[in-house]
Design a protein around this ligand. Structure first.
Ligand code: ARG
Length: 459
C-alpha cells in the first residue's frame, strides 16, 4: 500500500530495502520529547495567528501530551513504515484526536521540524556537558587544594624535568577543562536560534509568527534565512568539535593515570570502584576506566569527521544525507558524558602516593636547573656557562651512580672551584618548587591562589 503522508502521488509502497535504508525511527526516536515540544509550540502559534481554530489547537496540544506519555511509559509502538519520529508522532496523534491532527503540519515541513528537534536535543547535551565538565573541575580543585605543596616530578618528553607540585599538575587540567567549558558555552549561544517556520526551504505564505515559537522553545531568536535554517548542521559539528577537544583532554589525563597507577610509577592508587581485576592474574588491578576514557576520543573525533564528510559538498537546501547526522551526535554525546562522569569519579576517589611522589621528584637530577640558576644568581655566571657546568656535575653524579644532592663539596669544586656549600640549599625539591613564585608557576602559594580564584569563579 502507498504511504498515508504522500500517497496521493504514489501508486506503490516502498521496497523492503528502500524502507530499511530510509527509516530513521530506530535512532531518531530519541528526539521524541523535542519533536512534541516543537509541535506544541507550532500549534499554539498557528492558533494565535488565526491559522488554526483554538479548539483544534487545543485538541492537538492535549493529544501530543498523550503521545509523549505513551512514549515515556514505553507503550508507544514505533513503526518503521512511518520512517521517522515526526511521522510516528503525527500518525499516532491522528488516531487519538482525529481530523485536527492533519492540520498541524500547516506552514511546516519535516525539514524545519527536524532541524528544530535536533537543535533542541543538542542544546540539552551542551548543557549536560557543561554540568559534567564543571563537576570534574570541582573534583580537580579538591585534589589541587589538598596537594598544593606535594612535590612530584614534572616531565618533558616523559623524562624527569623539574619538580612541580601535585596541585599545580591538577590545576593544569582545570585550565584545560575550563576552556572546554567556555567553548561549550560559546557554541550554545551561537546555536540557540530557531529554524522553525523556515518550512521546506523558502518560508511560507501563511502569516506565522516565528518569534513566538522561538521564544516558546527557549531560542533567542528565529534564524534569519530559511534556506540556512534547514541546511545548516554546523551547530552539530561545533558540538562535536568541542566534544572532541574535551575528549582529547580527558584522554591525556587518562593516559597519565594509566602510567601513574602502574607498579613502576606508583604515583596514585585508583579506587576499587573504578578498577577491574584479572580473571587469571590474582594480583592485578587494572585502570580500565582510564583506558576506556583514553579511547573515547577515537569515536568522538570519528563522529566529528564522519559528519563533516556527510555535509561537505551538499547543495542547499535539505538532502536526505543529512539524516545521517543524528547517530554521530548521539553516540558522541553519550560517550562524552560517560567519560566525564567516569573521570570525575576517578579523580574524587584517587589517592596520591605522597612519599613515592616526593622520592621520584628528587631523582633524575630534577633540580639541575635550580643549580644552574644558583650559579647565575650567586656566582654571576652567564646562563649558558652555568648550563655547561651543571651538565658536567650531572655527568659526574651519573658516573658515581648518585643524585646531585649526594655529591660532596669536593666533587662540586672539582668541576668549578667557586662553588660553596650554600649550593646544597637549592638542591632540595621543596626549595625548588617554593622558589618558582613567578605568576602561574608551581610554587604552592601560586597554586593556592589559582585554586581560590577558580573556586570564586565557579561559586
Ligand atoms: N528523518 C529525516 C531526517 O532525519 C527528517 C526530514 C525528512 N525530510 C524530507 N524532506 N525527507 O533528516
Amino acid at each position: 500500500s502507498s504511504n498515508a503522508m504522500w500517497g496521493g502521488r504514489f501508486a506503490a509502497g516502498p521496497d523492503a530495502i528502500m524502507e530499511a535504508i530510509n527509516a530513521s525511527i530506530g535512532f531518531d526516536k530519541r528526539l521524541a520529547a523535542q519533536d512534541i515540544a516543537g509541535s506544541r509550540a507550532h500549534a499554539a502559534m498557528l492558533a494565535a495567528q488565526g491559522i488554526l481554530r483554538d479548539s483544534d489547537a487545543e485538541a492537538i496540544r492535549e493529544g501530543l501530551l498523550t503521545v509523549l506519555s505513551e512514549i515515556e511509559s514505553g507503550s508507544f509502538e514505533f513503526s518503521t513504515a512511518l520512517e521517522d519520529i515526526h511521522m510516528n508522532v503525527e500518525s499516532r496523534l491522528k488516531e487519538i484526536v482525529g481530523e485536527p491532527a492533519g492540520r498541524l503540519h500547516t506552514a511546516r515541513s519535516r525539514n524545519d521540524q527536524v532541524a528544530t528537534d535536533f537543535r533542541l536535543w543538542t542544546r540539552d547535551q551542551i548543557d549536560a556537558a557543561i554540568g559534567g565538565v564543571e563537576a570534574l573541575i570541582r573534583a580537580l580543585l579538591v585534589q589541587a587544594e589538598a596537594g598544593a605543596d606535594w612535590v612530584m616530578p614534572g616531565f618533558t618528553h616523559l623524562q624527569t624535568a623539574q619538580p612541580v607540585t601535585w596541585g599545580h599538575h591538577m590545576m593544569a587540567y582545570v585550565e584545560m577543562f575550563s576552556r572546554d567549558l567556555s567553548r561549550f558555552k560559546d557554541a550554545r549561544a551561537r546555536m540557540n536560534e530557531s529554524p522553525l517556520g523556515a518550512a521546506a526551504l523558502a518560508g511560507t505564505s501563511f502569516p506565522i509568527d516565528r518569534h513566538m515559537t522561538a521564544e516558546a522553545l527557549g531560542f533567542d531568536r528565529p534564524m534569519a534565512n530559511s534556506l540556512d535554517a534547514v541546511s545548516a548542521r554546523d551547530f552539530a559539528l561545533e558540538f562535536l568539535s568541542n566534544a572532541s577537544i574535551c575528549a582529547m583532554h580527558l584522554s591525556r589525563f587518562a593516559e597519565e593515570l594509566v602510567i601513574w597507577s602502574s607498579a613502576q610509577f606508583r604515583f596514585v592508587t585508583l579506587s576499587d570502584r573504578f578498577s577491574t581485576g584479572s580473571s587469571i592474574m590474582p594480583q592485578k588491578k587494572n585502570p580500565d576506566a582510564a583506558e576506556l576514557i583514553r579511547a573515547k576520543i577515537g569515536r568522538i573525533f570519528g563522529a566529528n569527521v564522519a559528519l563533516m564528510m556527510v555535509m561537505k559538498g551538499l547543495p542547499l537546501a535539505y538532502s536526505k544525507d543529512m539524516q545521517e547526522d543524528k547517530e554521530q551526535v548521539f553516540d558522541a554525546a553519550d560517550n562524552l558524558m560517560l567519560a566525564l562522569a567516569a573521570m570525575e569519579g576517578m579523580v574524587k576517589d584517587m589517592s596520591a602516593n605522597r612519599p613515592q611522589l616526593a622520592a621520584a621528584a628528587g631523582s633524575g637530577f630534577s633540580t639541575a636547573t635550580d643549580l644552574a640558576d644558583w650559579l647565575v644568581r650567586v656566582l654571576d655566571m652567564p646562563f649558558r656557562d652555568a648550563h655547561h657546568v651543571t651538565g658536567s656535575l650531572v655527568a659526574l653524579a651519573e658516573s658515581k651512580n648518585c643524585d646531585l644532592p649526594d655529591l660532596t663539596l669536593e666533587d662540586m669544586k672539582s668541576v668549578h672551584d667557586a662553588i660553596t656549600d650554600e649550593v646544597f640549599g637549592v638542591l632540595g625539591v621543596d626549595n625548588s618548587v617554593a622558589s618558582r613564585m613567578s605568576y602561574g608557576g608551581t610554587a604552592p602559594e601560586q597554586v593556592r591562589a589559582q585554586v581560590a580564584r577558580w573556586k570564586e569563579v565557579l561559586g
